[in-house]
Design a protein around this ligand. Structure first.
Ligand code: MN
Length: 349
């Protein structure tokens, strides 16, 4: 207006004297409950009479104490997030890998038919106990790599069939519940590893039971740990993932796409430069639910057992592998240096 503050205030005072509302004080007009009128806009007639009036209202401001009470009430049923302190003593020459074999979460096994019961609760107890034990007994390596080897979920949607061939599956409970529980139990495992290792990398490889599940699972975990610089979740789509650690190169895939012999060439092509930089190369796979190691020129291939019980189909097909989970520790220069095993027999009944 080109006015300094004093003349501006004088004009406002004169307007008030003439009965023109200039705002600034609570007004005596009707507004909805919980709102306060904070301004009006008035159309006057030639005689100064009010012809139309618009009332601007805004929600009543809460006091800081009221806001605090609202927030507390809103989050009353949530468990507080644990602050996981970074470990102070870790060995920067070491990497510990925790490969999770086909966990088939949401699979249902009827013990009398299959030899052992399996459901969501059992699956959770097995995975959390195995990872807790393995993290406790493994060396305090600076780096950790948690690998979901695929088929973490038994189903990929609520149809209760395999996505590719449509085979009917024995399923415990609802898909919505299974995916919620799956994310929660993997978070428990990652949190456990964060207490021991400085950095934790997570790879979720797609299996034949959960090709889509692996995609959203990686993204969900990435979002969970977005604010934590100590966690890296790989979200690159595709069936082959790699990690380089000093002279060590590790490839990860579910294992449902061809024979292990093929993987040597896949690694050499995908990771041509890393192949040259490294000396100790490994392929880690799942899918067949039993342990097998084959040494190819330049790369060691290993497939892992699982903690999951057999389903009725695998039982009738004559599969009888043991159930365990392993952690493997690698030295930056020397490759594999030690490994630990959690056998399901170690779990108290
Ligand atoms: Mn599989």
């Amino acid at each position: 207006l080109g006015l300094s503050i004093r003349p501006f205030m004088n004009r406002l005072a004169r307007m008030k004297e003439r009965g023109i509302d200039v705002g600034g004080s609570p007004m005596n007009v009707a507004v909805p409950p919980g709102f306060t009128a904070n301004a009006t806009s008035t159309l006057h007639g030639p005689e100064g009479e009010i012809r139309l009036q618009w009332i601007k209202a805004q929600a009543q401001a809460k006091s800081p104490q009221e806001w605090a009470r609202c927030l507390k009430d809103e989050f009353a049923d949530l468990e507080p997030v644990k602050l996981i302190k970074a470990p102070t003593q870790t060995n920067c020459k070491l990497l510990t890998v925790y490969p999770i074999g086909d966990h088939h979460l949401a699979q249902y096994s009827y013990g009398e038919e299959t030899g052992a019961d399996y459901d969501m609760k059992i699956a959770r107890r097995l995975l959390v106990s195995a990872v807790s034990h393995l993290v406790d007994v493994s060396p305090a390596s600076e780096e950790a790599l948690i690998i979901n080897l695929g088929d973490f979920f038994h189903v990929d949607n609520p149809s209760n069939t395999t996505p590719a061939s449509g085979h009917t599956l024995d399923v415990d409970t609802r898909y919505s519940l299974a995916i919620k529980a799956g994310v929660a139990m993997l978070r428990t495992c990652i949190d456990k590893a964060l207490g021991k290792h400085k950095r934790v990398k997570v790879i979720c490889t797609p299996g034949n039971h959960d090709p889509i599940g692996a995609l959203w699972l990686s993204l969900a975990l990435k979002l969970c740990y977005e604010a934590n610089p100590r966690v890296i979740v790989e979200t690159q789509p595709g069936k082959f993932h790699y990690t380089e650690f000093g002279k060590v190169l590790i490839g990860v895939t579910h294992g449902d796409n061809g024979k292990p012999e093929k993987l040597q060439g896949v690694m050499a092509v995908d990771q041509a430069e890393a192949w040259g930089r490294t000396e100790h190369r490994y392929w880690f796979t799942g899918h067949v639910h039993h342990r097998k190691v084959i040494e190819f020129p330049g790369v060691m291939w290993e497939t892992f057992r699982t903690l999951a019980a057999r389903d009725a189909w695998a039982t009738s097909a004559g599969f009888r592998s043991g159930r365990d989970m392993t952690s493997i520790t690698f030295s930056r220069t020397d490759g594999e240096v030690c490994r630990h095993t959690f056998n399901i027999c170690m779990l108290e009944p």
